[in-house]
Ligand binder design. Structure first.
Ligand code: OAD
Length: 250
């Protein structure tokens, strides 16, 4: 299916909810979760590092991985896909719900309603949960172990403010996302960009949009677990397809 079909759907839409996943940031140089990792982390599966069990077993090891990812994201730029979504907000009511823990939508000029898997740039105590606002050291070279900062309230280890496998999503972000999807009506569009549709409950969100009567449009170079339930599928990358889509709107 073509960009033109997706553009036709957008032309008739009042509201657009964007659901973005790791593929959204791939062309900025942030590896997706299903890609092999690079360098020091090559042999480690993210689905085993991003767990409460990994953290309990070895906080400095997990903290070092996140410190590397913070440095990586700081050093990259939003891509043309992020910028196209920011531009789309000039003509449409756009709500962004992202699974990404980076800040590339915001840096491209978009407002993000919800980071349903948390953020790389927010930290809290792993023991007492108090927010940690002091600056965090990011080593210039990846290291295999790095002591996490110490909580100022209880001296526990400070952890990344991201959602790990098996953890609940942040309730406010999740509820705001569901409300945005439920408020879509016939003719509105849900744009699903760069997600494999494997990890729930995020993977169930396009179905909420569909249930509300919206047209679900997938942008992904590869088939995903949600491709079958999408009304329009555009096989292309985020950084090429989204600018083409916005240009096609005229
Ligand atoms: P995945 O890494 O599972 O999937 C990335 C998706 O992006 C795949 O469907 C790719 O085909 C697609 N993709 C790759 N390059 C792309 C490009 N240039 N443009 C558009 N799409 C592209 O990432 P997510 O679906 O976001 O959760 O993963 C979901 C969650 O699993 C993550 O948020 C994270 C992860 O483990 C937690 O950490 C809880």
């Amino acid at each position: 299916m073509s960009v033109e079909q997706a553009a036709a759907a957008l032309r008739g839409a009042q509201q657009v909810v964007v659901l973005s996943g790791a593929g959204m940031s791939a062309e900025s140089g942030v590896p997706t979760f299903r890609e092999a990792q690079s360098g020091l982390w090559e042999e480690f599966d993210p689905s085993r590092l991003a767990t409460p069990e990994a953290w309990q077993a070895d906080p400095p090891f997990v903290w070092a991985w996140y410190a590397w990812r913070v440095g990586l994201v700081r050093d990259v730029e939003p891509n043309d896909g992020h910028r196209a979504l920011a531009a789309l907000a000039r003509t449409h009511d756009v709500t962004i719900v992202t699974q990404n823990v980076d800040d590339l939508h915001e840096r491209a000029g978009s407002e993000v309603l919800a980071h349903i898997h948390g953020s790389l740039f927010e930290y809290r105590c792993g023991d007492c949960g108090v927010r940690y606002d002091a600056p965090v050291e990011v080593p210039s070279e990846p290291v295999e172990r790095l002591d996490p900062p110490t909580c100022q309230a209880c001296a526990g280890d400070v952890r990344p403010g991201v959602v790990w496998f098996g953890e609940d999503l942040p309730m406010d972000d999740f509820q705001a996302s569901v409300e945005a999807l439920e408020s879509l009506t016939k003719g509105d569009v849900c744009l699903v960009v760069g997600t494999s549709g494997i990890v729930y409950p995020a993977a169930g969100m396009p179905a909420i949009a569909r249930g509300a009567g919206a047209t679900v449009v997938e942008i992904n170079p590869h088939e995903s677990d949600i491709s079958d339930m999408c009304d329009i599928v555009v096989r292309g990358s985020a950084a090429t397809t989204l600018p083409a889509l916005v240009a096609a709107l005229g």
